[in-house]
Design a protein around this ligand. Structure first.
Ligand SMILES: Cc1cc2nc3c(=O)[nH]c(=O)nc-3n(C[C@H](O)[C@H](O)[C@H](O)COP(=O)(O)OP(=O)(O)OC[C@H]3O[C@@H](n4cnc5c(N)ncnc54)[C@H](O)[C@@H]3O)c2cc1C
Length: 578
């Protein structure tokens, strides 16, 4: 009987109670934290972690003192094997041609920017000198899939700087690429040719936080984790969380409309972003910094910047509605025998945990085997299960929440929906369990690269695509254990609570034969099920040619008109999006 195999520990974070066994189930002595990712850290680390958010001296309603603000990068990530050099995007995609309307950078242009930005460190000048090594991190993406030929990086320190830069670029037909933490997974933050990179890392001030309403006013270049830790001190939570939290910027998050791990609880950024300040390509500052939740005064223009991926302008400031941080958090991880049973478990979780359910994540057995293979350590559950689910509850009453979770787990185990499971005992174990989910993106890239498809599919069919893609690649002889085969394995995981699957193909190298087998096959598959080819990562360069699989001609036409209205010269992040 399944229940007899269950190993559950009671756990309520933040002092929520003693460890005790769930009635009728045998106990487990605790989780063993896995060793750190082997071979991924140290010199291989590519993440550029900006300095902590600066404190603003401006008068504000915030009651947070700078001293109380902590700087956290605990969940910053290291890149995959750094020895791999990405191919130039223009070599990988020879069909791309430089738009001849754009000017080539001259020493005269650079002199203007140097005079404008003042300090040397705000301009990386590859026009007058060889600055290839300094520019390299801005020219290559996290997956080592895209590589640009940018020779000038500008780091504005204020909205006024951004405005002057864009006005000048627009007048001189210089193309630009806004860049936040450069953790994007669709090549949106990387130039294709010689576009200027505008790095937002210096604009990292937290301006104010209203601890009554929960509205946070901050610069676009603030690191997500720093913003979250800032509001945590007031008992609030930033309404977005994702694995790249220690490096990505809130401006990048908004520009990609990132979804992340707790969209199930806090909803999309379209709901929690209350205000946006953005600079348009001609230098106009669009100030829509409303701090209120209700504002129906005409068209809601800020929404256009949420998910625009730097194609309409540069987001410089934000107002974000933060939620009350839950004092009691529980996390359980369990193994299930089939995708069908994972769906049943999700249904039961919604039914029984309702308002305290804050995340429901799905991981297939292959993803967990690969994470284990790459970083070692002790797995939370014994043996291999075809699927794993991570359930998180967050609420205000630890005892009450735990009772609900206990009842839910007893139910799914006694009904043999769940084969085996553990519940984290304390905050450290919560982090450990989450690491088996959050570590997937990084670990599967370890073998050489990843073809990533971030898609929404109606739940009944969601995992089917992983089987179909694996069968297709296997039939083509592309999957195998040796170097002759480009594909290591096909993996499916993601935010089950949002019908959002990450279909990832772990490869030893990026290979046109693999890409041709995958595209447009994957997009056609999704179109047939009326899914979305871009659930949360955006379009970037990766999906530019495939928008038609999820949007009709009328909508694409309207998008093009909006782009032309905001950016008639097309200088903002060219060659991408639509
Ligand atoms: C380990 C890992 C886990 C991830 N998990 C998730 C996840 O769960 N959910 C999810 O949605 N994504 C996830 N991502 C993808 C990525 O982290 C998000 O897309 C994130 O929002 C990108 O933020 P960034 O600051 O790194 O933006 P960048 O990568 O620098 O830029 C992304 C896009 O936004 C534009 N941009 C950046 N800043 C601005 C600005 N200020 N104004 C205008 N345009 C701008 C860029 O031009 C580019 O098109 C993950 C990535 C990694 C590496």
């Amino acid at each position: 009987m399944a229940a007899a195999r269950a190993r559950l520990l009671r756990g309520v974070a933040n002092g929520g109670g003693d460890c005790s066994r769930v009635s009728g189930l045998s106990g487990l002595s605790g989780l063993v934290a896995p060793a750190a990712c082997r071979g991924l850290g140290g010199a291989a680390a590519r993440a550029r972690l900006s300095s902590a958010c600066r404190s603003s001296s401006s008068s504000s309603s915030s009651s947070v003192s700078p001293q109380r603000r902590s700087v956290g990068t605990s969940r910053s990530f290291s890149g995959t094997a750094a020895s791999r050099a990405a191919k130039l995007t223009t070599d990988s995609y020879p069909g791309l041609t430089r738009d001849s309307r754009f000017s080539k950078l001259t020493p005269g242009h650079v002199a203007y920017f140097k005079q404008l930005l003042g300090q040397d460190s705000a301009v990386i000048d590859g026009i007058n000198a060889d600055a290839a090594a300094d520019i390299e991190p801005f020219n290559e993406d996290w997956m080592h899939k895209y590589k640009g030929q940018c020779r000038l990086v500008l780091k504005p320190g204020s909205t006024e700087d951004v405005s002057k830069i864009l006005r000048y670029c627009n007048e001189n037909m210089l193309a630009v690429v806004p860049q936040g933490g450069n953790t994007g997974l669709v090549g949106g933050s990387i130039p294709v040719f010689d576009e200027i990179v505008i790095g937002m890392g210096r604009m990292n001030t937290i301006h104010s936080f209203d601890d009554v309403s929960g509205s946070l006013v901050l610069d676009a270049g603030c690191i997500l984790e720093v913003a979250d830790q800032h509001v945590a001190q007031q008992g609030y939570v930033f309404p977005l969380d994702l694995g790249a939290k220690g490096s990505c910027h809130v401006g990048g998050n908004v520009s990609t409309n990132a979804g992340g791990l707790r969209l199930l609880r806090y909803g999309s950024l379209h709901g929690s972003v209350l205000g946006v300040e953005a600079v348009l390509p001609d230098g106009t500052v669009m100030d829509d910094m409303c701090t209120l939740r209700k504002n129906n005064t005409g068209y809601d223009l800020k929404q256009l910047f949420i998910g625009a991926e730097g194609t309409l302008g540069i987001v410089t400031k934000l107002v974000v509605q933060c939620a009350q941080r839950s004092p009691a958090v529980n996390v359980a991880l369990f193994g299930v025998e089939s995708y069908q049973k994972a769906q049943t478990a999700f249904r039961e979780a919604k039914l029984q945990l309702s308002e305290i359910l804050s995340a429901f994540e799905l991981m297939d057995g292959t993803s967990q085997r690969l994470v284990h293979q790459v970083r070692g350590g002790t797995r939370p559950l014994e043996g291999d299960h075809p699927f794993y689910c991570l359930v998180e509850t967050s609420g205000s009453n630890g005892e009450h929440d735990y009772e609900k979770l206990e009842k839910f787990l007893e139910h799914v185990m006694s009904n043999e929906v769940v084969a085996d499971g553990v519940v984290a005992q304390d905050a450290t174990q919560i982090k450990t369990l989450w690491s088996w989910r959050e570590g997937i993106t990084e670990c599967i890239g370890h073998f050489g690269g990843t073809y990533k498809y971030d898609v929404s599919i109606p739940l009944p069919d969601m995992y089917l695509i992983v089987h179909d893609v694996k069968a297709r690649l296997s039939e083509a002889g592309l999957v195998g254990d040796t170097d002759d085969h480009p594909v290591v394995d096909v993996v499916g995981y993601g935010h089950m609570g949002d019908s959002n699957l990450h279909l990832n193909i772990a490869v030893r190298r990026y290979d046109k034969e693999v890409e041709t087998a995958l595209e447009p096959y994957v997009y056609e598959w999704i179109e047939k099920r009326r899914g979305s080819i871009s659930a949360e990562h955006g379009l970037g360069l990766a999906k530019k040619n495939y928008v038609g699989y999820s949007r009709n001609e009328t909508m694409i036409g309207l998008m093009r008109q909006i782009k032309t209205l905001f950016d008639p010269n097309g200088i903002m992040n060219p060659y991408k999006y639509i």
